[in-house]
Write a protein that binds this ligand. Sequence first.
Ligand SMILES: Cc1cc2nc3c(=O)[nH]c(=O)nc-3n(C[C@H](O)[C@H](O)[C@H](O)COP(=O)(O)OP(=O)(O)OC[C@H]3O[C@@H](n4cnc5c(N)ncnc54)[C@H](O)[C@@H]3O)c2cc1C
Length: 517
Amino acid sequence: MQAVQNITIVGGGTAGWLTALMLHTRLNWTRQGPPVQVALIESPNIPIIGVGEGCLPGIMAEFQRIGLDEQEFIRRCNATFKFGVNFVNWNLTEDGKPGTFVHPVSYGDRWLGGISPLYYYLAHGAHGGHDPHNAAASLDPIVEAIRLNRAPRASPEDAYKGDFFRYAYHFDATKLAEYLRETGTRRGITHVLDDVDNAIVGDGEIISHLILRQRGAIPVELVIDCTGFRGTIISKILNEPFQSYSNNLLCDRAVPIQIPYRENEPIESSTSATALSAGWVWRIPLFNRIGTGYVYSSQHRSDDEAIRELCQYLGLDPEGVEPRVIQMRVGRLRRAWVGNCIAVGLSGGFIEPLEATAIMSIAVTAFQITHHFPDKSMPETLRQRFNKRIDTLYNNVRDFILMHYYLANRPEPFWRAARDPSVLTDSLLENLEVWRYRLPEPEDLGQPNIFTDASYAVCLASKGFFRGQKLFMETRAARQHWDHYFAALERRRARMRALPSARDFLAKMRREQPVAA
Ligand SMILES: Cc1cc2nc3c(=O)[nH]c(=O)nc-3n(C[C@H](O)[C@H](O)[C@H](O)COP(=O)(O)OP(=O)(O)OC[C@H]3O[C@@H](n4cnc5c(N)ncnc54)[C@H](O)[C@@H]3O)c2cc1C
């Protein structure tokens, strides 16, 4: 066996630097044998995409593993806390009114009397005046922390442990890439500023050299393509076909706009995804500003119409903004690993921004690389197994995002097209049929998967999927268990209410004067 000693990463966005740090850390963890060297080549001419400001829980644990500190990350990247996503106006209630529900990033409780607490919710309804169209409000105390824009713990002096409840972050994407780059170069990752223009490809699609504009040909052993939507190496040089998900997911454009906080406006601890006529608008609160953007279907709205609709929604004059329109390539490569080249990040696949899955997918892919780390022969069976896992990862994310659209019930042409049966995948169709009889279970979902059965269940319930039917286990959900549970949840909600505001907490953490909110 000839060990791979050198990894060459092309691309200096979040995918490039996060992958570089994860591989550098995880492959050299035990300090046994010669260290694996990591070099990152980044074009000085092509900027990073610079969007992608939300993430999922789990990322801080990974950040800690690569040696990042929560406080420094928050300060450097203007980060805020994310406890969940508010889905606004995706589903109309029975009387036609727009509804809002939360998809929390925590799991809530898994068991009550041996079955999911959700069976009790379905059997007995919302508790104590909570919104009946927002299942999480009755099931997960984190919704109280979201409602009140709270911080995740009492004191910023306490270190991150992730144990009170799970949470994620919003952050400035460009600053995160800079922070990762600084950390990476400090750790000994070689940073090369140059453009990769071509490659020398031999038998078995093995790249022996990358051709750089300034430096000429450099030898490579394992190449990680993190060149964003361009897919410079894997798509353009190795010609790996792209498998579009456009039959399932209709949104293919995004137009981001950043807006300032109004005076005394609180910093929210959640992302909002508000449905508009041909897609949805994100609202991501950072410490210093708010990121927004309209994700829409170009079949249903021209770019100008979308910009006008977004500006109208935000109360902005369209003449006063110069938004850039981003074309999103939604889908994944047929194979993420071809020859000795592995695609990570936007070059490998992208679903769309709903639920902010891309950075987590980067972390999962980098983790899978360490588990499938090859020798120089690039074994075919190893590659196949890796590729199967990455297919599953993307297909699972696609199904979860598709569920949100397919089960929305808005009347506009876009929303009707988004729930046409032709958009369904076989896997989601089969699961939805099973879930008419019981709640989702972990075994229904392949691995790796970013979303749990609990995430599906709480969203399905809020979207009215179970309305008008009785699941067998509901008949086993005793009222007195539910009432007792409500009392316990109320105590946990009181703990949430006692937490400081996110704005004060973050200001203290950044050692700034708290701003009145
Ligand atoms: C509208 C939108 C919203 C999003 N929101 C979220 C979100 O909320 N959460 C989330 O997790 N993700 C989100 N994403 C995805 C997220 O932005 C990306 O996954 C993330 O930024 C990683 O991008 P990347 O590193 O793959 O590509 P990029 O940031 O595009 O980086 C590509 C890099 O490759 C380099 N490069 C390109 N060609 C060459 C070459 N020939 N030679 C050398 N270098 C080269 C460039 O210089 C650059 O450094 C969003 C994406 C979009 C489009």
